[in-house]
Design a protein around this ligand. Structure first.
Ligand SMILES: [Mg+2]
Length: 375
């Protein structure tokens, strides 16, 4: 270990990583065919580097792969030569260098946490003060072309071994209501069902749909209304038709505080790509804890690398009780060595590695082929 307890960032590499989805993934905001991700590798003056990943999600965060790549170059200049172990100080540099751009900030933040884990020779969940616990992911089902196709898909997912499904809704309310009704009447009375409208409804539509679904025991309704409409989220929650989970409405701890103060949600969906990484995710969770609100962790189209960091965070935060870290199961390729493994048959169990840092790496031959930048 370095006697000065510091390291120095000697170079930073950025990579564009594109991975096709196994099938088009449709939500009320649009259809995705491919994950367009960014990798950040932070190299240090010791034999330690950190890796982070983010998925551009232009419809939600406003970041594309190209804008993240350019912002990543800009951020690199702000932290090169500095100590990567001083994570809060480096995040201050990063946040001062550029506003928003939460996806690339998350990739940087995960790389910094990877370094501190490797330096202390601890797995990330222990760096975060956590204790390993069993965690289980749900499986998300995109909006399907009709009811029959949707029912078939639900059966397939249940046959895979999942006991919790997250259904994307918000485009056709009759299809949405019909699907929930058929699942409960014909497939399972006990499977946990979460729905996510991705801002697809206005207040009156949300009331109408949730009223029709009320007999069918939804676990919660995620982001039923536009991200900015905190007032109507609070009104909707007061109807008691379903617990409300905020997703696109909450990026950081400031959003979390406002939502909680207004009584606008029952749950907060943390995504590292929205919060800019683990540092701010912890702050959101702290706000939630102080208000008695439980959290969920979600994802975009990250490979197992980004998802592994999220799983470590869950292990360190017992207040994160809902887990939606399923993106890697939908990607056609797996470029990752190490990292989390899935035991899908056991209710989507996620097994977290005990290797130092987050424990995930990218296959070297894949990195060599990617468009990259180094400073
Ligand atoms: Mg969502």
């Amino acid at each position: 270990m370095n006697p000065n307890n510091s390291l120095k960032i000697t170079s930073i590499e950025l990579f564009k990583l594109n991975i096709p989805f196994k099938f088009p993934f449709k939500i009320s905001l649009g259809i995705s065919y491919e994950a367009n991700n960014i990798l950040v590798r932070i190299n240090t003056d010791k034999d330690i580097y950190g890796l982070g990943e983010a998925c551009s999600s232009s419809r939600i965060t406003g970041d594309t792969q190209s804008t993240s790549f350019e912002a990543g170059k800009h951020i690199a200049k702000a932290i090169k030569g500095k100590d990567p172990l001083a994570i809060e100080a480096r995040m201050r540099d990063i946040n001062q260098a550029i506003k928003r751009n939460t996806q690339i900030k998350s990739a940087y933040n995960l790389a910094l946490y990877d370094i501190i884990g490797k330096y202390t020779e601890l797995p990330l969940y222990k760096v975060l003060g956590g204790e390993k616990r069993d965690i289980f992911t749900d499986y998300s089902i995109g909006i399907q072309e009709n009811l029959e196709v949707a029912i078939k898909k639900v059966k397939e997912v249940m046959d895979m071994g999942f006991s919790t499904i997250k259904l994307k809704v918000g485009l056709d309310k009759d299809l949405d209501i019909g699907l929930i009704k058929r699942i409960r009447e014909e497939i399972s009375k006990t499977i946990s069902i979460r729905i996510d409208a991705n801002q697809g409804w206005d207040f009156s539509t949300a009331v109408q749909v949730l009223k029709a679904m009320e007999p069918y025991n939804l676990e919660y309704a995620e982001q039923p209304l536009p991200f900015w409409d905190y007032e109507n989220m609070a009104r909707l929650r007061k109807t008691g038709l379903a617990p409300i989970c905020a997703d696109e409405s909450v990026f950081d701890h400031h959003d979390a505080f406002k939502l909680a103060s207004m009584g606008a949600c029952d749950y907060l969906n943390i995504k590292l790509g929205k919060s800019g990484g683990i540092s701010t995710a912890l702050k959101i969770n702290a706000i939630a804890l102080s208000c008695g609100i439980k959290c969920m962790i979600g994802c975009f189209g990250e490979s197992r690398l980004g998802l592994t960091a999220g799983a470590h965070l869950v292990s360190a935060c017992p207040n994160i009780v809902f887990v939606d870290l399923d993106a890697a199961l939908m990607l056609a390729e797996d470029p990752v060595i190490g990292g989390i493994r899935y035991d899908v048959k056991s209710n989507g169990k996620i097994i977290i590695p005990d290797t130092p840092g987050h424990g995930a790496d990218i296959k070297e031959d894949i990195l060599e082929e990617l468009e990259s930048f180094i400073i």
